[in-house]
Design a protein around this ligand. Structure first.
Ligand code: DGL
Length: 273
């Protein structure tokens, strides 16, 4: 093993705001030694109501920034950004780009009622890539979509529990339950932060699926296939470092981090992109 193999891998992540931290925590759990550099584009949050052009422009600007700071793998920790920009990113950058899409395929395999509910942003649901996903992986299954912009606002405000969250969840899931959905897809990276409340408001036996753990496994398999075999990322001598930057106010990020990532030691900063 050469000396360079003892260095931690630098993984760049981005999202419209703090939602992608739900993906960061999955990656950190699987690869505790990996160096993570996250940018939350809170100044432009939400992406879910923005046009494809605006989303693409922001995603490219932030990706350029992450690359200029040494990212070796890029993780688009945002379904909306993946759906609208991942093809162009992969064609433009010479490094692995890991994206994420709503977990329609596993949901279609799990359903017994033949109806699945996909909670995702307006931008994701409108994207061509999402329609392809449904037509390829959910044949014979009824897919009901529901944008939940309020969930994003609640998470950005650090409100993960309580009556306001419960009523937002009840309102979002009611029509889907009525239609017979027995599997719910958390198709936006903000939503896993509300998973506890979402599960508590669904009837027993209803399943909830999220893409975060699969993204972490994908990142690990990329490292393994590079011959790292997990050694670089899991090396006990490597100093794990997590840098979380926001394009919004640093005070807001500092206030949210203990709620969103309670057990992680991270460095927070502000960046202008
Ligand atoms: N977290 C993002 C996603 O996964 C976007 C939320 C938003 O900014 O609307 O789609």
């Amino acid at each position: 093993m050469s000396d360079s193999s003892l260095l931690p891998v630098r993984i760049g992540l981005l999202d419209s705001g703090v939602g992608g931290l739900s993906v960061l925590r999955e990656i950190h759990t699987l690869l505790p030694g990996a160096e993570l550099h996250y940018v939350g584009d809170s100044a432009w949050c939400p992406y879910g109501t923005k046009s494809s052009e605006v989303i693409c422009q922001r995603v490219f600007e932030i990706s350029d920034y992450l690359l200029s700071r040494g990212a070796e793998i890029l993780v688009i920790a945002c379904n909306s950004a993946t759906i609208h920009a991942v093809g162009a990113l992969r064609a433009s950058y010479p490094l692995p780009v890991v994206g994420m899409e709503p977990a329609v395929k596993p949901a279609a395999e799990l359903t017994r009622s033949g109806v699945i509910g996909v909670l995702a942003t307006e931008a994701s649901i409108a994207g061509e890539k999402f329609h392809q996903l449904v037509s390829t992986h959910a044949r014979g299954v009824r897919v009901i979509t529901r944008p939940c912009p309020r969930f994003v606002e609640l998470v950005e405000a650090g409100q993960l529990t309580g009556p306001e969250v419960e009523s937002a969840v009840d309102e979002a899931v009611a029509p889907l339950l009525e239609a017979g959905a027995d599997v719910f897809v958390l198709g936006c990276t903000h939503y896993p932060f509300l998973r506890g409340v979402i599960e508590s408001r669904l009837p027993a036996g209803t399943k909830v699926v999220d893409t975060g753990p699969a993204v972490a496994r994908r990142v690990k398999s990329l490292l393994d296939s590079n011959g790292d075999d997990g050694r670089r990322s899991a090396c006990p001598t490597a100093t794990p470092s997590i840098l979380i930057e926001t394009t919004g106010p640093l005070e807001t990020l500092n206030r949210l981090l203990p709620t969103l990532l309670p057990h992680l030691t991270v460095k927070a900063g502000h960046c202008v992109i």
